[in-house]
Design a protein around this ligand. Structure first.
Ligand code: ZN
Ligand code: ZN
Length: 245
């Protein structure tokens, strides 16, 4: 199984990195985790075959995690001439968000009927579903008072388990989401500064012994973390990085 960091940045362009988007491919599966505003640029830069992507798992409705979707969907319609189905998975309210953001980004576009089968699956926290060969389970992240629920994901496919924190301050839900995973991608927004809504590396480090993931990669780093990259003992993401797991 392979994971490619299309975008490993935060919402504010720290380090010149693209917004969050990871592509996961296996023998059968091919999906994205998050589709931040700059994702289509990143996908094209990496020469990804867009029509082969079967599903997109969205952690939350912040633009650096889902804002690339209108571009992706219209590109699929008019340029890639997609004819394969696409499933989008996300928190409750996903279908309404879709209509709202299509209309905001490209007025009139919400009325355009896609030429491919486009479906939405709204998960509740702790709910599990089988989507495009992936067993997905959503966990409630702590990432704000409005616009939620926000998700962390545990994704299982082809005998591999992948966990992603999404954006969140520490929550014990992450123990279950990431426990014994083959690959754990964790937000590390700050090095040790504790703030609301986001995770810092010092807190994450404290919890790691109880998670026992085989491999940890840090992402969504602010300048505070990026300035320390050379001194960190942990593996970190960068745009274009490819991971076999
Ligand atoms: Zn974010
Ligand atoms: Zn966010």
């Amino acid at each position: 199984m392979q994971l490619r960091f299309i975008g490993s940045g935060d919402a504010f362009g720290s380090g010149g990195r693209l917004n969050t988007c990871f592509q996961v491919t296996g023998e059968e599966v091919n999906f994205l985790i998050d589709c931040g505003a700059s994702s289509l640029i990143g996908l094209k830069k990496e020469k990804i075959s867009l029509n082969d992507i079967q599903a997109i798992f969205l952690t939350h409705f912040h633009a650096d995690h889902f804002g690339g979707l209108p571009f992706f969907l219209l590109e699929a319609q008019f340029f890639s001439k997609r004819n394969q189905p696409l499933v989008i998975v996300g928190p409750p309210g996903l279908a309404q968000w879709h209509e709202r953001f299509m209309e905001t980004f490209f007025p009139g576009s919400s009325k355009t009927k896609p030429k491919f089968a486009l479906s939405f699956i709204e998960l509740k926290p702790r709910e599990q579903a089988d989507v495009a060969g992936v067993k997905v389970r959503a966990f409630q992240a702590l990432h704000g008072d409005s616009g939620g629920p926000f998700f962390s994901y545990r994704l299982e496919a082809e005998n591999r388990t992948l966990a992603y924190t999404g954006d969140t301050e520490w929550t014990d839900e992450l123990f279950e989401a990431a426990s014994q995973s083959d690959l754990f991608i964790a937000e590390a927004y700050f090095f040790e500064k504790k703030i609301k809504l986001h995770l810092d590396l010092a807190t994450l480090t404290e919890k790691l012994p109880l998670i026992q993931s085989k491999r940890l990669i840090l992402t969504h780093m602010s300048e505070d973390m990026l300035d320390r990259l050379n001194t960190l003992i942990f593996e970190t993401a960068y745009d274009g990085k490819i991971v076999e797991f």
